[in-house]
Design a protein around this ligand. Structure first.
Ligand code: PLP
Length: 464
């Protein structure tokens, strides 16, 4: 076993002040050497991970309800995943699937073909990250349809490379001073039901967001026959864990079908079992044409995959490739991950997600700072807002709650301007969920006693 076991108890153990002395040394070096563009929320310096626990360099133990930004779906260093990685690393680390062949590329494709959210036959493109899965989908959609334009949504996060960044629209800092971005992208409203205009019906509002494309865009600025694809996160991730109503996704499917447009589901954060089904879009009964996956599919090894209906992936040799994409070690991790997810996680994500939502739902009534609790499976958000009527964003309070939870030993990340995301590994137990929720509630209460001074502001950027 490569990794020493972190004490398998439900609760955190904080033994030093935070950051501790060893952590402080590393933070100093980090400030000297590492890109300041990263969005660190608090000074957690990780040394070891096991299951839902993370141990820092000073021996403090934390409950990780961020899962390394929704990546370690099977928990940190799951023994099946570690052993698959070790075995593969001793056999073949790299050969480049771009120019050569190896069996595991097709083996993983066969496994994913059985669980893809649309019927096969499928074809698979392998990259190394979420943004690469999106880049491939952008290029493929343009190539296949011979159309240039793409529709994406406000609040979306699809990645930070120049193509995917053109679709990303959740925070201006992600785009500031990087223009010109890829042209041909039009953003439209996403149905954030919590922030819908007062007095409107949630379903009608969501349908209105979809129909805006058809009734306004297609009649004014964007000819439908020039649109290659609509890119959508079934649940917006970095933008705030915003769950779109199923009617919205169904309406997008209809609009795509009627206009020869491809529907691309970005399941990079919401997929790989996080919502209790393999893919979040399955909750709406909608089948996309292309699906992008990454994050949780390989338990922390870098792998991004673009899956398309086979007739769509019609590009010819040389059109697109990546030296490292589909690395054998990452694929071995993905194969082991899929088995663990099937065996231990899908059901647990549904059950634990339901349990946590049930425990948290009353907070909207009992906590002045909790405006909304929403989610599917283990993709849950608490929206922190200053007053229930105006739903004023409370970014300062949100940041403080996340910081206090860290000081008490639970790792959360923010999402959007004012939400806290809960995305634990999918193996989380009821005992661990109870401890994390107790600590979160305690942190919320502490901030309610001392709200942030000054005008409302968006929270610090946290995570992706
Ligand atoms: C929905 C979604 N799409 C795309 C990305 C980009 O993935 P990566 O950071 O691996 O490039 C992310 C990552 O945070 C994401 O949550």
């Amino acid at each position: 076993m490569a990794t020493k076991t972190v004490t398998p108890t439900a609760g955190p153990k904080i033994k030093t002040e935070l950051p501790g002395p060893n952590a402080r040394h590393i933070l100093e070096a980090d400030a000297k050497y590492i890109s300041p563009s990263y969005t660190r929320s608090y000074p957690l310096v990780a040394r070891r991970g096991r299951g839902v626990m993370i141990e820092d360099v000073d021996g403090n133990e934390f409950l990780d309800f961020s899962a390394g930004i929704a990546v370690v779906s099977t928990g940190h260093c799951h023994p099946d995943v570690v052993s698959a990685i070790q075995k593969q690393a001793a056999e073949l680390i790299h050969m480049s699937g771009t120019d050569f062949y190896y069996q595991s590329m097709t083996e993983l494709a066969e496994r994913l073909s059985k669980i893809a959210p649309m019927p096969g036959p499928h074809k698979f493109y392998y990259g190394n990250s979420g943004t690469e899965a999106i880049e491939a989908a952008i290029k493929l959609a343009r190539y296949h349809t011979r159309r240039q334009n793409i529709i994406a949504f406000y609040g979306a996060f699809h990645g930070r490379t120049m193509g995917s960044l053109a679709l990303t629209s959740s925070k201006t800092q992600q785009r500031r001073r990087f223009a010109p971005l890829m042209p041909g992208v039009t953003h439209v409203p996403y149905p954030n039901v919590y922030r819908r205009p007062a007095g409107t019906d949630a379903t009608q509002y969501a349908m209105g967001c979809a129909r805006f494309i058809e009734e306004t865009l297609f009649h004014t600025t964007l000819p439908a026959e020039e649109v290659a694809a609509i890119f959508v996160e079934p649940i917006q991730g970095e933008g705030g864990y915003v769950v779109s109503p199923p009617e919205f996704l169904r309406e997008l499917r209809r609009i795509c079908d009627q206009n020869g447009i491809l529907l691309v589901a970005d399941e990079i954060q919401s997929g790989a079992g996080r919502t209790g089904k393999w893919w979040a879009i399955e909750h709406a009964g909608v089948q996309p044409d292309i699906v992008c996956i990454a994050k949780g599919i390989a338990s922390g090894m870098p792998l991004g995959i673009t899956i398309a209906r086979a007739e769509i992936m019609d590009w010819v040799p040389g059109s697109h490739a990546s030296t490292f994409g589909g690395n054998p070690v990452c694929i071995a991790a993905a194969l082991a991950t899929i088995s663990v997810l099937e065996r231990d996680c899908l059901k647990n994500a549904e059950m634990m997600g339901g349990y946590m939502m049930e425990r948290m739902a009353p907070w909207v009534k009992t906590h002045p700072l909790v405006g909304d609790v929403r989610g599917l499976g283990l993709m849950i958000a608490v929206e922190v807002s200053k007053d229930k009527e105006q739903k004023t964003i409370a970014g300062g309070e949100r940041d403080r709650i996340v910081e206090l939870a860290f000081q008490r030993g639970v790792l959360f990340l923010g999402a959007g301007e004012s939400a806290i995301r809960l995305s634990p590994p999918l193996i989380v137990t009821k005992e661990q969920a109870d401890v994390a929720l107790d600590i979160l509630e305690e942190a919320i209460s502490a901030v309610e006693r001392e709200p942030a001074a000054g005008p409302p502001r968006p929270g610090k950027p946290m995570g992706t």
